[in-house]
Design a protein around this ligand. Structure first.
Ligand code: SF4
Ligand code: SF4
Ligand code: SF4
Length: 320
């Protein structure tokens, strides 16, 4: 059976789903207020220890190869047409920034510590915010937050609209065109690919393993544990080394806590920033602003539409 979803069927299923979401409580926003991080796993990244060897980057690529996109080409017409094609499939070896095929990269900063100029190297990836706007504001329900605090994007539901990237204070998620559900929405209705980012090796954690980047690091730069313990460890380390902390309060708190020997303002000035190269600026709580009725009402009409389309497709597959 042809699995192409007609525009009418997609809208019909989507509106039913939206109605379901509305009936369940706060429409469009899965949890009106974020959690306090209890039960979340967090990582501590001790910047002093990182030697920039990139073993973690390679390990991330190896561990997640099976999740990387295999786009169909030629790409269909983008919708809306102003959206640019984002194709990293011919640049899979790019490891100097975040891409759909590289979820972790090493940033470099030349700074002065105790009067001496040194180069610091900083592993960068998704911060796994305690109250992640990428999850809470995804209009299609593709962003998920697990009980242990991991945020991930469901590649079966994501339409690549980039809302998660727009609302992420660090612009973390990266789009690949030519892959995902949108290819089956004909004639074109919405979407232009799938967004990708670090999912904190949720599958390895579920098997009782450690995230690949943490396991591989020869310098034990990262450690993982309950957020309260990681915060206590970060404060102890900062006290002991006269260090500085990033991630405890940024965006209302994240599950990635950096400790640096120099202030983050200095690190932020020294790193290369831009698309796929996140900053280290102070970040206010994005969800505190988004968690108001206006935001909820704006999001409500389309919430759950993609989830419904996915369900619809699964039902169609069963009829094959
Ligand atoms: S493997 Fe460890 S030391 Fe090497 S770049 Fe990654 S975090 Fe730094
Ligand atoms: S850093 Fe960005 S992509 Fe990661 S959880 Fe926070 S909002 Fe989402
Ligand atoms: S936690 Fe897993 S997916 Fe995330 S950067 Fe590390 S290896 Fe990559």
């Amino acid at each position: 059976m042809n699995q192409t979803i007609s525009r009418r069927a997609f809208l019909k299923g989507g509106l039913a789903a939206a109605a379901g979401v509305a009936a369940s409580g706060v429409p469009g926003v899965k949890t009106a207020m974020g959690s306090d991080g209890s039960g979340h796993l967090a990582t501590l990244i001790d910047i002093r220890k990182c030697i920039g060897c990139e073993a973690c980057v390679e390990a991330c690529n190896d561990a997640n190869l099976h999740k990387y996109p295999e786009p169909r080409k030629p790409f269909p017409k983008m919708y809306p047409s102003r959206v640019k094609v984002s194709d990293w499939s011919e640049k899979r070896n790019e490891i100097e920034r975040l891409t759909p095929y590289n979820w972790l990269f090493i940033q470099h900063a030349t700074v002065a510590v105790d009067g001496k100029e040194i180069e610091l190297t900083i592993p960068r990836r998704c911060m796994h915010c305690v109250n992640p706007p990428c999850v809470k504001l995804c209009p299609w329900g593709a962003g998920k937050q697990m009980k242990n605090g991991i945020s991930k994007i469901d590649a079966d539901i994501c339409l690549g609209g980039s809302k998660c990237k727009d609302v992420c204070p660090w612009d973390i998620p990266q789009r690949q065109t030519g892959v995902g559900l949108y290819l089956k929405l004909m004639p074109s209705l919405a979407g232009n690919g799938v967004m990708f980012k670090c999912d904190r090796c949720y599958d390895r954690l579920a098997r009782g393993e450690t995230p690949a980047c943490i396991e591989t690091c020869p310098e034990q730069v990262q450690s993982i544990g309950p957020r309260e313990e990681i915060l206590a460890k970060a404060h102890a380390l900062a006290r002991e080394t006269n260090g500085y902390i990033y991630g405890e309060t940024e965006n209302g708190g994240t599950n990635t806590i950096y400790v640096s020997p120099v202030p983050f303002e200095e690190l932020n000035k020294a790193i290369a920033k831009g698309d796929g190269k996140p900053h280290l600026e102070p970040v206010h709580d994005a969800m505190a602003e988004a968690n108001n009725l206006t935001a909820a009402m704006l999001i409500a009409p389309v919430a759950g539409v993609a989830a419904a389309a996915f369900k619809f497709m699964k039902n169609m597959s069963k009829q094959d």
